[in-house]
Ligand binder design. Structure first.
Ligand code: CP
Ligand code: NVA
Length: 306
C-alpha cells in the first residue's frame, strides 16, 4: 500500500472521511462495551514530535496507541537533534527506518510538508500554524453522533481566521455542509483556502447576523500558540466576537457549541458557556481518542470491513 499522509483534510477523499467518522463511532462503541480488547497494532510505534504544547493531542495519540497494543514515543526538539539543527528530511529518513507512523505538531506547515516528502511512513498533522485536521475529525464525529448526518447543515465559525478555521473550511468542502466564517476585519482566513471552498463558505463580520438559525457554532482562542505577543491587541480587536448563551439563543433550538480547547473563559466565550447543555466540548475532546484511532488504523491497515 502506498504511504498516505494526513496533513490536511484534503489528503483523504470525502468517502474516506465519511468512513473514518463511522469507524471512529464504532471503535468508541466497542471500547465502551468491551474495554480495550481490540489490539490491531501490536508492537507498532508512533513517533510524536511536539514543537508546541499539548494536552489533548498528546494524551489521545499516546492512549490510542496503547489501546491498540502499540507504543507512542514523545519527542521534543529540546531533547532531540531536531533542536540542534539536524535537517528535518534526515530525521524523516531515520524515523522511517524505525517507526510505523509519525505525528507532528509544529509551526510551519511547509516544514511539515518537507518532512512528509522525505518520510516513507505515514505523517499526521497534529496542528500546524495553518491547519488542525485531527481536531476536525473529532468535531465532525461529535456533531454526527449527536445530530446525524452533517450534510446540508450550517455551522458558524466565530473568531480568528486561524488554523482551526482553515480546517473547518476544508471540512465544509469535504463533508458537504455550509460554513459561515465570522471574524473581525483584518483577521479573515487565507483567501486561497476560502476560494477553493467555493460556495460551501461565506464570509461575515457581524456575529449576530452569522449565528442566526445555525445548526452549530464554534470558536477558538483569539491568540494562538506563537501569537502570545499579540494577546492585548487581539483582545481589543475581538471584543465583539465573544460567543455567549444569548448568541446561541439566536441559532436553531437544537444548536450545538464546539470548542477545540483550551478555552479562555471571559475572552472568546462567556464565563458560563461551557456549563450550557448546548456546549458539548468534553465529548468533543474525548472523541479525539476515537477519531485518531480510526485515522491511525486507516493509515496503517486500510479500511476495515464490517
Ligand atoms: N485541541 C487541542 O489540540 O488540544 P491540545 O493543544 O491540548 O492538544
Ligand atoms: N488555534 C489554536 C488551537 C489550539 C488547539 C492554536 O494554534 O494555538
Amino acid at each position: 500500500m502506498a504511504t498516505r499522509h494526513f496533513l490536511t483534510l484534503l489528503d483523504l477523499s470525502p468517502d474516506e472521511l465519511a468512513y473514518l467518522i463511522q469507524r471512529a463511532i464504532k471503535i468508541k462503541t466497542d471500547l465502551k462495551a468491551n474495554g480495550p480488547v481490540y489490539t490491531p497494532l501490536p508492537n507498532r510505534t508512533l513517533a510524536m514530535i511536539f514543537e508546541k504544547s499539548s494536552t489533548r493531542t498528546r494524551v489521545s495519540f499516546e492512549t490510542g496507541m496503547a489501546q491498540f497494543g502499540g507504543h507512542a514515543l514523545f519527542l521534543s526538539p529540546r531533547d532531540t537533534q531536531l533542536g540542534r539543527g539536524e535537517p528535518i528530511e534526515d530525521t524523516a529518513r531515520v524515523l522511517s527506518e524505525m517507526v510505523d507512523a509519525v505525528m507532528i505538531r509544529t509551526f510551519s506547515h511547509e516544514g511539515l510538508e518537507t518532512y512528509a516528502s522525505a518520510s516513507s511512513v505515514p505523517v499526521i498533522n497534529a496542528l500546524s500554524d495553518d491547519y488542525h485536521p485531527c481536531q476536525l475529525l473529532a468535531d465532525v464525529m461529535t456533531w454526527t453522533e449527536l445530530r446525524g448526518s452533517v450534510k446540508g447543515r450550517t455551522a458558524v465559525w466565530v473568531g480568528d481566521g486561524n488554523n482551526m478555521c482553515h480546517s473547518w473550511i476544508n471540512a465544509a468542502r469535504q463533508f458537504g455542509f455550509h460554513l459561515r466564517v465570522c471574524c473581525p476585519r483584518g483577521y479573515e482566513p487565507r483567501a486561497d483556502i476560502m476560494e477553493a471552498a467555493g460556495n460551501c463558505v461565506t464570509l461575515h463580520h457581524d456575529p449576530k447576523e452569522a449565528a442566526k438559525d445555525a445548526d452549530l457554532i464554534t470558536t477558538d482562542v483569539w491568540a494562538s500558540m506563537g501569537q502570545e505577543a499579540e494577546q492585548a491587541k487581539r483582545e481589543a480587536d475581538f471584543a465583539h466576537f465573544q460567543v455567549t448563551e444569548a448568541m446561541l439563543d439566536t441559532a436553531k433550538p437544537d444548536a450545538l457549541f464546539l470548542h477545540c480547547l483550551p478555552a479562555h473563559r471571559g475572552e472568546e466565550i462567556s464565563h458560563t458557556l461551557l456549563d450550557d447543555p448546548r456546549a458539548v466540548v468534553w465529548q468533543e475532546a474525548g472523541n479525539r481518542l476515537h477519531a485518531q484511532k480510526a485515522l491511525i488504523e486507516f493509515l496503517l491497515l486500510g479500511q476495515i470491513e464490517g
